[in-house]
Design a protein around this ligand. Structure first.
Ligand SMILES: Cc1cc2nc3c(=O)[nH]c(=O)nc-3n(C[C@H](O)[C@H](O)[C@H](O)COP(=O)(O)OP(=O)(O)OC[C@H]3O[C@@H](n4cnc5c(N)ncnc54)[C@H](O)[C@@H]3O)c2cc1C
Length: 553
């Protein structure tokens, strides 16, 4: 990767230059021990980890006066992520006890000449987005305390939970359901992700068509900005910061607390899969379901493409929901293409609901859909079990060694107007043998997203998430990851060449031109927000959008 071209200063809004930085530092009201600054800088310049004597560590800690801790030796956690393709040693790993610690760390970086700060959620990024090479990595998980999750009610009676930015969604679920019988409305498929990590991207799953992404289901945030200010923000108070941070790729502030909207948790879920031979039928039905009025559709709508073969990972065996299920491929016409499609839906219900009532609702909702006869598979599971469904796959993948292998994943948002061509050129051609894992494809509605947030979306009202979740064994058992990365590039290039209306989700780019193209007419707003909330480009350097240290390139 060409890291030189990856790091740039935006031309339209100037972030603070060297002289201005010094002036800004002088302007800073609080007096920080010069000893601490000198100490931090020396660590960066010398880059001699072995010589970091105990007393230096102690001095630095005393200078910062953290309630939490700083670790210079065991920074390994901060140089790894789920993608497994990027690395880079942080100067120190900080385990903050609270927002105050984070503000102190950011202010220390502000006063240094070149330190950067990266919040690390659970490190489930693919391309080093949560890393800071030679900087201060903040382990947000250390602030997570499940017991500190507080549930309250707005004046209108609806419920919310105040949770730490470092809380795992799985813990939020567990606590809210078991103690209060309540649950967040909008999810990700996998729940070992932090609240701050997904809110910095969007957070999508099969509920997004109804409630919007997780970024549309939060009413208030506490944020430490790149200036070290701790601010509470909402859509009416410090709103530019609020919307900037939501989907802001960690560029404007570190989320230390979030107020998450809740609903009454159902007890059970009827979980159903049906198979399609034709993409047009699949897409038509999926769009019908996501555009029906509330109460007229399922509570969850997703889908995936799979290979029309007995391949154990990419093919027919990926359809059943249960070991007792059997997907009968003879139910699919012989003329079917090399790729088939599975629509996955779920309906919430309560223990007190009579099974026949649930059956009736399901039949009504499935009525008129064009899936292949005899392909329907279903099961009833507890709500929490349904939301935790990927956990089992994780455990299996860990046993097989594919959880820790590189994961060159690609996530795209593709407009409904181009999805049929995408299917023809990408699923049926480039990916006709699969990706060694799920190929999710399901629609969402743009009107459920807030345009004021930082997320870049395709233009049309309906767009699809396409998630290519590669789970190949490490090379040489599986393909070299470079080959998979090259295939991802080919897919992106195909979208560009064909003029598709699309965006990368969880974006990763290497040049200014690409970031500008990604944000389109939102680029200027993004740059202005950066200049306002993190003018020295301290935060989240791993996203490679802005650089504090261009002289180091
Ligand atoms: C197995 C798996 C399943 C996934 N499933 C889904 C899914 O269903 N839907 C979906 O939308 N996404 C999904 N993702 C992607 C996931 O949402 C992103 O990778 C997300 O960034 C991971 O969260 P994290 O807590 O690990 O964040 P990290 O990877 O640690 O951080 C991501 C970015 O956010 C910044 N950041 C982290 N915490 C904060 C904070 N508190 N404040 C400000 N910035 C912060 C980091 O600096 C970094 O830039 C999945 C990923 C994996 C690996």
């Amino acid at each position: 990767m060409n890291t030189k071209s990856a790091l740039f200063k935006p031309p339209s809004i100037k972030l603070l230059q060297q002289g201005e930085r010094e002036a800004a530092r002088e302007r800073e009201e609080e007096s920080w021990p010069a000893m601490m600054i000198a100490c931090l800088e020396r660590f960066v310049h010398e880059n001699e980890t072995e010589t970091r004597a105990e007393d230096d560590n102690g001095r630095l800690c005393r200078g910062l006066e953290l309630e939490g801790s700083i670790d210079y030796c065991s920074t390994g956690l901060a140089s790894k992520d789920f993608g497994g393709m990027q690395g880079g040693k942080a100067l120190a790993l900080i385990r903050p006890a609270g927002a105050e610690d984070i503000a102190r760390v950011v202010k220390a970086a502000w006063r240094s000449s070149n330190l950067t700060v990266a919040a690390r959620g659970n490190g489930h990024s693919i391309n080093g987005q949560a890393m800071t090479v030679g900087g201060l990595a903040i382990d947000m998980r250390s602030m997570d305390d499940t017991n500190s999750i507080k549930v309250g009610r707005f004046n209108n009676g609806s419920a919310y939970a105040d949770v730490s930015g470092g809380a795992l969604w799985g813990d939020v679920l567990e606590r809210c359901v078991s103690v209060y019988g309540l649950a967040p409305r909008s999810w990700t498929d996998y729940l070992d992700l932090t609240v701050g990590g997904t809110l910095s991207n969007a957070g999508v799953s099969g509920q997004t068509f109804r409630f919007g992404p997780q970024t549309s289901n939060v009413s208030e945030l506490e944020v430490v900005t790149g200036k070290g200010d701790t601010l509470v923000c909402s859509d009416t108070h410090n709103s530019e910061l609020f919307f900037g941070v939501l989907g802001g790729l960690g560029q404007f502030g570190i989320i230390t607390r979030a107020r998450i909207l809740l609903q009454t948790a159902p007890d059970m879920v009827r979980w159903i899969r049906v198979v399609y031979a034709e993409f047009d039928d699949f897409a038509r039905d999926a769009e019908i379901l996501v555009t029906r009025a509330d109460g007229q559709s399922f509570d969850y709508v997703e889908g995936f493409a799979f290979v029309n073969s007995d391949d154990p990972v990419n093919g027919w065996p990926s359809v059943p929901l249960d070991p007792n299920h059997f997907f009968d491929p003879t139910r699919v016409p012989r003329s079917a293409s090399p790729v088939l499609y599975c629509l996955e839906v779920a309906l919430h219900y309560r223990n007190g609901d009579h099974p026949s009532t649930v059956d009736l609702v399901v039949e009504r909702m499935l009525g008129g859909l064009r899936f292949c006869d005899g392909t329907r598979l279903e099961k009833d599971v507890r709500y929490v079990e349904f939301l935790m469904r990927v956990k089992e796959a994780e455990e299996q993948a860990k046993v097989n060694g594919i959880w820790d292998a590189p994961h060159p994943w690609l996530n795209l948002l593709v407009s409904s107007t181009d999805i049929a061509d995408f299917d023809r050129l990408v699923f049926k051609n480039i990916l006709k043998h699969g990706v060694g894992g799920p190929m999710l494809v399901y629609p969402m509605l743009r009107s459920k997203w807030d345009d004021r947030s930082s997320v870049a979306l395709p233009e049309g009202e309906i767009f699809y998430l396409v998630a290519l979740l590669r789970f190949s064994p490490p090379y040489p058992k599986g393909p070299p990851f470079e080959e998979m990365v090259a295939q991802n590039r080919e897919i992106i290039q195909c979208c560009i060449n064909n003029g598709f209306d699309f965006k990368l989700y969880l974006p990763h780019y290497n040049s200014e031109l690409e970031w500008k193209r990604h944000f389109g007419n939102q680029w200027e707003r993004f740059v202005e927000r950066k200049a306002c909330f993190d003018p020295m480009a301290i935060l989240s350097p791993g996203q490679k959008i802005f650089s504090r240290n261009p002289q180091n390139l």
